[in-house]
Design a binder for this molecule. Structure first.
Ligand code: MG
Length: 386
């Protein structure tokens, strides 16, 4: 997979916005403005890592905005936005991504569609930025005794309003930023243009606006009120095979058995299926994408780590898990005696009531690999309110 880093620029002090609190830390609905875009990028299946560039004074606010989200430590910005982006890009050297997406922390409604369209172009080796055509008629004007008087009509054809995330090949945009140090350019595409990089425009979204003024925050609140709650349902499925051992771990509970399940982690087939269902509900890929078996870090890992990761992604997006239903498919071991302990453990991990959790088991009438007692399959179904 192409390694894609996201840099969220949130170092501004919001002089245009007014008030004590920088706009990216204002509350919008139930979450801070910045938490919304952090959570969206963390959940995107193509994103490897997310780092915010912040003002040092805002560290406590940032920690609250990013709580529980799988983000890198933030880095501190500079005197201008351009300085902040350059410092952020330099801080990603250790991560060495192939692609970087640079996003304004004050654009909370960025969605997967906007991100996908940028990514598809950047993967071709060019810069890409989301934009929308200008639809209002444009006038040029000049001041005459305090009145603005029209001097001409500007042809709007071929003019676009640009948004973020702006995506680039990482090495190229880092070099471009280092080359223009000291010059004042309004956005990262401007920096890339100076460097002669090819940049294409992709389709942005009207909702992906930047919160700059109090009116923008009001518009954002209205937009949120207009969004109905949606219920998402998703499934997960997993299989692990038996090998020599004395117990299996199912939904976090050790069940004595004359064999164990083979796998890179603790091989908890139930938690794997459930984690995949949760990731499925938010379109966040699958467990193997977030925790590659090739990564030694997860050898022997407690699969609760994977489940909690998915729960944090959902909570970061403002989602609430409504119920979970797990079915084990195997001849042996018998699950019944451990059902309540499994429900108790899932209730803790998912932070939902035991009455909204179901554990079931079935056999395949001695047919197939589960019938031959070669392994255990599990399937899971969840509903999430977004
Ligand atoms: Mg598995």
């Amino acid at each position: 997979m192409v390694k894609c880093a996201v840099l969220i620029v949130a170092a501004g002090r919001g002089h245009r916005f007014g008030g004590e609190m920088p706009k990216q830390y204002r509350t919008l609905g139930d979450r801070m403005v910045l938490r919304r875009s952090l959570a969206t990028f963390c959940a995107h299946p193509s994103v490897s890592c997310v780092r915010a560039v912040i003002h040092p004074d805002d560290l406590p606010l940032y920690q609250s905005a990013a709580a529980d989200l799988p983000v890198l430590e933030p880095t501190f910005g500079g005197a201008t936005r351009q300085d902040s982006v350059r410092l952020g890009l330099e801080s990603l050297k250790q991560e060495n991504p192939e692609i970087v997406l640079i996003h304004d922390g004050a654009r909370p409604f960025v969605d997967f569609g906007v991100i996908n369209r940028v990514l598809m172009q950047v993967k071709q080796g060019q810069g890409a930025i989301p934009a929308l055509p200008v639809t209002d008629t444009l006038k040029a004007g000049k001041d005459e005794n305090g009145n603005i008087v029209i001097t001409r009509t500007v042809d709007r054809s071929g003019l676009y309003r640009v948004q973020t995330p702006q995506g680039f090949p990482y090495r190229e945009i880092l070099a471009a930023h280092e080359a223009v140090r000291g010059q004042e350019l309004t956005d990262d595409a401007g920096v890339a243009e100076q460097a002669g990089m090819k940049i294409v425009l992709t389709t942005g979204s009207e909702d992906n606006f930047k919160i700059t003024t109090q009116e923008d925050l009001k518009r954002a609140e209205i937009l949120l009120k207009g969004k109905d709650d949606e219920i998402r349902t998703a499934t997960g499925f997993d299989v692990h095979k038996f090998t020599d051992g004395t117990f299996v771990t199912l939904c976090g509970v050790q069940v004595p058995h004359d064999q164990k399940l083979e796998g890179h982690s603790d091989a908890d087939v139930g938690l794997h299926a459930l984690t995949d269902a949760l990731l499925g509900a938010i379109g966040s890929g699958d467990i193997g994408l977030h925790f590659p078996p090739s990564d030694n870090k997860w050898k022997g890992a407690d699969s609760a780590v994977f489940l909690k990761y998915a729960v944090h992604l959902i909570n970061g997006l403002g989602g609430k898990i409504l119920n979970a239903d797990v079915t084990f498919i195997c001849e042996r071991p018998k699950i019944g005696a451990y059902r309540l302990a499994m429900i108790e453990r899932l209730s803790e991990l998912l932070n939902i009531s035991a009455s909204h959790i179901s554990i079931k088991a079935t056999t395949t009438e001695q047919l197939g690999f589960t019938g031959r007692k070669e392994g255990i399959a599990a399937q899971a179904c969840v509903s999430v309110k977004m």
